[in-house]
Write a protein that binds this ligand. Structure first.
Ligand SMILES: Cc1cc2nc3c(=O)[nH]c(=O)nc-3n(C[C@H](O)[C@H](O)[C@H](O)COP(=O)(O)OP(=O)(O)OC[C@H]3O[C@@H](n4cnc5c(N)ncnc54)[C@H](O)[C@@H]3O)c2cc1C
Length: 548
């Protein structure tokens, strides 16, 4: 590794890779530093579903969706609820991202080889108000190849820059300090870690074999969020808004998403804002085949499973599958317990269950139409879902509701459920199907979802009675809180330059991706619209690489 470079980038995730591409394009010499080995290049994005928030695309238009920047902005601002003085930069970043997502984003990514699955997903439908939280139209563009499809073009570009000597990788180098000279960040100092052959995503040794220092004109922090460190998540947990932090959580990210670099940047004078804003999911299941410690997988549910809290009370709208993540999280925790339950039928699991993550969607990850058609349009559930149904610790299958509840109570003996109470609520819901109109908000939502061609085709089962044995067997899934994203982070201006707490620029330091709250220190505000995390990594990485 050289002892001097133009730009040192800390983190080889998506935002670091995009920043490297943009900086090398401008002729800057780059050193890309990561505490993990080359096998983990790409960071979290590799594991992602590759969903991107884009506006008014050909994919949307082909599905009959009429979208616009103005409609997306209404949804974004209604979701964000910006209400703090320090939200000025985050809000400016949100506006700039909306311009990007409605403008050059798709072409920028298409030109380096990305393509998208033609059925646009409708994530995070919101709380029911036109100007409140949520996406009023589908905007979640799944990249062909999922997470691999997102990082492969940028990895390829980085390898090409490496071949010409424009970029150098420093794997297994962990930054422990930002070096400052006369108030400017002028380099980084850190530890060299022992080589480790662990598979991508698995824990690696923190054994130190040496130290390093590199001088740089500019340093870009692109080190990800805090979701892998549950102690940090609990310490920053917004108890006032969500209730007490759950006593039990599963990890939706590898353990290198440790948030250490954020503390190091703060120690060097950078300001972090909105650290109490975070985005964790309610539909986590323990991975029966874990890669990282306490590995959880998120179910991406269609709208039909009935959702009960830990005490067996059906949750009310907007706490419906796929509608309003944080309202549902608050509702679950209000019981004093951290788990909840889906009850569904075989027909629902077949049509509606998808799992988040590249490795859980080998058909989409393969980028082959033949594989997708076989998995998604064929009979039965996908093989990944079948494996969870057979082996997952949180899944229970039975022919009758009584037998199902017996099994559920075996899983959670401290919060036993009353089968009579569950039966009454499900029967009341089923009775709502006898007319083409109904008063049950979830039944209305299911019918409304099927008005969108994409949902009707692959995401929403035809409404049917849960208690009719013809539709069985019955399935119950215990859902855990799954940690994922930090919405707040390092405060940056629109050029991705880190700011001090007095608002002045901390010269020499820039930040991109999740560590910067995906732009500005939290461009989502309180709530996200999905696909905006990878999208924000691309946009803020681009800005940082252009500025450094
Ligand atoms: C399973 C899964 C599914 C997801 N699906 C989606 C989706 O469909 N759509 C979406 O928008 N988002 C999704 N996300 C979120 C998205 O992938 C992440 O928010 C994003 O990839 C974060 O990228 P990043 O570059 O900011 O950080 P990371 O990918 O976390 O990379 C940071 C890198 O920095 C390194 N690092 C950290 N500290 C140091 C240090 N001190 N010294 C050296 N190196 C360091 C780490 O080793 C790591 O490689 C998903 C995430 C997961 C895990």
């Amino acid at each position: 590794m050289p002892d001097k470079t133009d730009v040192a980038i800390i983190g080889g995730g998506l935002s670091g890779l995009v920043a490297a591409f943009e900086a090398t394009k401008r002729g800057r010499k780059v050193v890309l530093i990561d505490q993990e080995g080359p096998q983990s290049l790409g960071g979290q994005a590799f594991w992602s579903l590759g969903g991107l928030f884009m506006i008014d695309t050909p994919e949307q238009r082909r599905m009959g969706i009429r979208d616009s920047r103005a409609l997306a902005e209404q949804g974004w601002l209604g979701s964000a609820g910006f209400d703090r003085a320090e939200d000025a930069m985050p809000q400016a970043w949100a506006s700039a991202y909306l311009d990007f997502a409605a403008g050059p984003m798709r072409t920028y990514l298409q030109e380096i080889g990305m393509r998208w699955f033609p059925v646009v997903g409708w994530a995070e439908r919101g709380g029911g108000a036109a100007d409140g939280h949520g996406n009023s139209v589908p905007r979640f563009h799944i990249t062909w190849g999922t997470g691999e499809g997102i990082i492969a073009p940028f990895v390829q570009l980085a390898r090409e820059a490496e071949a010409t000597g424009q970029l150098q990788f420093a794997f297994r180098h962990r930054v422990t300090e930002l070096v400052a000279t006369d108030g400017r960040i002028t380099g980084v100092h850190g530890e060299v870690l022992a080589e480790d052959e662990a598979v991508r995503g698995a824990s690696t040794t923190r054994e130190v074999t040496g130290s390093f220092e590199i001088e740089a004109e500019n340093v870009i922090v692109a080190s990800g969020g805090i979701g892998g460190d549950h102690n940090k998540v609990r310490a920053l947990w917004p108890t006032d808004r969500l209730g007490p932090a759950p006593d039990r959580m599963v990890a939706g990210v590898p353990d290198y998403v440790d948030g250490q670099m954020q503390e190091i940047a703060k120690a060097a004078g950078a300001d972090a804002i909105n650290e109490d804003r975070m985005w964790h999911y309610c539909e986590g299941v323990q991975n029966w085949n874990p890669i990282w410690p306490n590995h959880g997988i998120r179910i991406l549910p269609g709208p039909s499973s009935i959702w009960f809290d830990a005490q067996g009370n059906r949750m009310e709208a907007p706490c419906l599958p796929g509608f309003d993540t944080l309202s549902t999280l608050r509702r679950i925790l209000s019981t004093g317990h951290s788990h909840s339950w889906f009850i569904l039928t075989q027909k629902i699991i077949e049509k509606e269950f998808a799992l988040s993550g590249s490795e859980q969607n080998p058909d989409l990850t393969s980028g082959k139409w033949s594989a997708v058609l076989k998995e998604r349009l064929g009979k039965g559930v996908t093989r990944a879902v079948e494996a969870f149904k057979d082996n997952g610790a949180d899944f229970v299958v039975a022919q009758t509701l009584d037998a199902l509840v017996d099994e559920m109570n075996r899983l959670t003996p401290n919060t036993p459920l009353d089968p009579t109470h569950l039966h009454a609520q499900i029967a009341a819901r089923d009775a709502q199907l006898n007319n083409p109109f109904a008063k049950d908000a979830q039944i209305i939502a299911i019918r409304q979802a099927r008005a969108y061609r994409g949902d009707k085709l692959i995401r929403t089962a035809k409404p049917h009675a849960i208690l009719d044995p013809e539709n069985g067997p019955l399935i119950a899934v215990r859902l855990n809180i799954l940690t994922r994203k930090s919405l707040g982070g390092l405060h940056t201006d629109l050029e991705a330059r880190a700011l001090r707490s007095d608002g002045s620029v901390l010269e020499g330091l820039l930040a991109a991706g999740e560590v910067a709250g995906f732009g500005g220190g939290g461009y989502h505000g309180y709530n996200a619209l999905e696909g905006t995390f990878l999208g924000g990594c691309v946009f803020s990485g681009l800005k940082a690489g252009q500025s450094a």
